[in-house]
Design a protein around this ligand. Structure first.
Ligand code: ARG
Length: 478
């Protein structure tokens, strides 16, 4: 049995023996919750002031405690690793331990009316608010990269797919903007997660509230919260804000994985629409010709972990009785890991998009091959008075004939086309130009250059993304 002096110090009175080393291995959380040290100090300063306001501490004691806490903060900022040799069980114990070492008996007064239960919830909420702000900014930079790429590729026609079968031509910028939309919903989710975290639990004590007439609203305001947690039992056991943060992270990573998958496909030799820059790819140790889109594959791959983090937190919470239970200590490793992974993914995504080379020629070729103009031809027939269902049938026969003859729709001889669709006139060829196909999709949300340009301006305005970069700088091959 190994005794930890620290633990003895915190609740030694009740215990005849110190904790077992194996118990410490599962119980001690300092290596993980060390990341909360600055938040813990901030919360402690607010608590010291609150104790001063209600007369538990003298004005002088408050000043001394606040100075001491500031020194602890500076000391922590200098450290490169969690001070595990201190023997402190967690970050809260460590801060208090340092304070007592500096100030003696005064340091022992700080925990009056407070519990680590309201303390850790406060710290983690503060951390989560900052983390959501950081991630939100990183989502914005992926959007910025996509908008810039979009601005350079409005006129690049790419094949659009459904079922991964060639469907209709779209602007490459329209593809970019689709992901800007997904990420916009992620921004909203991050904001919801932040708002959920922005309620202050400090002053809820262990579970029942604090016995001192603390002005909890004042503490909340001082710490930058929007308000206070209304119920003390809920306050110390609620980790919904973590679930919300992880839900945002999971959905955002799903979006990034979808974008990655599109780009992995587009970067294959079969497609050749895009090429990631060398800095974001790797070669093969065996096959000299290989350039593998590893960064994109890892964006796709990391998603599994982020989805699992959300499930892990929900599973930890399921069936937990009120109020605080040590199970909740698991929240931090899950949240910190997910935030780190998502942050990396977002930075990678922005970087890959910025370095992407678009091969306009390959995109255009794909856009006009494989019958992508069939819908256009049907629409043309409709413009000549043919009911759409009949037009669909007639064009279907033309497509079959084109497959048999190995010709694209725009290469089919006029007489053959007229055999199946007598309404076809001399202007059909013009109608089948790619540019016309795009320009006609001009209703809101469509892929016409006019709509896409409008959407890009709108997206820049909405996301607050700064100035456009030029097409030349974007490396678009024409
Ligand atoms: N390290 C603990 C956690 O992360 C702090 C709260 C401890 N509370 C307790 N009653 N043991 O949850």
């Amino acid at each position: 049995m190994v005794e930890s002096k620290q633990t003895q110090g915190m609740w030694g009175g009740r215990f005849a023996e110190g904790p077992d080393a194996l118990f410490c291995a599962i119980n001690d959380s300092l290596p993980v919750d060390w990341r909360l040290v600055q938040q813990d100090v901030r919360g402690s300063i607010a608590w010291a002031r609150a104790l001063g306001t209600v007369g538990v501490l003298s004005a002088e004691e408050v000043v001394t405690l606040v100075r001491g806490l500031e020194r602890v903060s500076a000391e922590a900022a200098e450290m490169h690793a969690p001070p595990t040799e201190s023997g402190a069980e967690d970050v809260h114990s460590w801060v208090e331990m340092r304070l007592v070492a500096m100030l003696g008996v005064l340091g022992k007064k700080l925990h009056t009316g407070r519990s680590r239960n309201d303390q850790v919830a406060t710290d983690l909420r503060l951390w989560s608010m900052e983390a959501m702000d950081g991630l939100l900014a990183e989502v914005r930079s992926v959007q910025e990269a996509l908008i810039s790429l979009g601005e350079a590729t409005v006129e690049v026609v790419i094949c659009g797919y459904t079922h991964l079968q060639r469907a209709q031509p779209v602007s490459f910028a329209h593809w970019c903007l689709a992901y800007v939309e997904m990420l916009e919903r992620d921004v909203a989710r991050a904001a919801v997660a932040r708002a959920g975290a922005a309620q202050c639990p400090l002053g809820c004590g262990a579970l029942a509230g604090t016995a001192y007439p603390i002005d909890r609203d004042a503490i909340a305001a001082e710490l930058g919260f929007d308000g206070i947690c209304r119920n003390s039992l809920d306050a110390v056991s609620d980790r919904d804000f973590v679930v919300d943060a992880l839900a945002f992270a999971a959905v955002c990573s799903v979006h990034l994985s979808r974008m990655a998958e599109d780009l992995i496909i587009y970067a294959s030799q079969e497609f050749g629409f895009v090429e990631p820059d060398d800095g974001m790819a790797s070669g093969s140790s065996l096959m000299p010709q290989k350039k593998n889109p590893d960064a994109l594959e890892l964006l796709r791959g990391k998603c599994g972990r982020l989805m699992a983090a959300h499930a892990a937190m929900l599973t930890t919470l399921k069936g937990l009785p009120l109020s605080y239970n040590k199970d909740l200590q698991e929240d931090k490793a899950i949240l910190f890991g997910a935030v780190d992974e998502l942050s990396l993914c977002l930075r990678i995504a922005a970087r890959v998009v910025r370095g992407l080379k678009v091969n306009a020629e390959r995109c255009r070729e794909a856009a006009r091959r494989g019958g992508t103009m069939a819908t256009e031809l049907a629409d043309y027939l409709v413009s000549r008075g043919v009911p759409f269902r009949e037009a669909h049938e007639q064009v279907g026969r033309i497509v079959r004939a084109s497959i048999v003859s190995g010709l694209e729709l725009d290469e089919m001889p006029m007489e053959v086309m007229r055999e199946h669709a007598p309404a076809i006139g001399a202007d059909a060829g013009q109608w089948l130009a790619l540019s016309g196909a795009l320009a006609r999709r001009n209703a809101a949300g469509g892929t016409s250059p006019q709509q896409v340009r409008r959407a890009l301006v709108e997206a820049r305005r909405r996301t607050g993304a700064s100035s456009p970069t030029s097409a030349e700088a974007r490396g678009v091959h024409r």
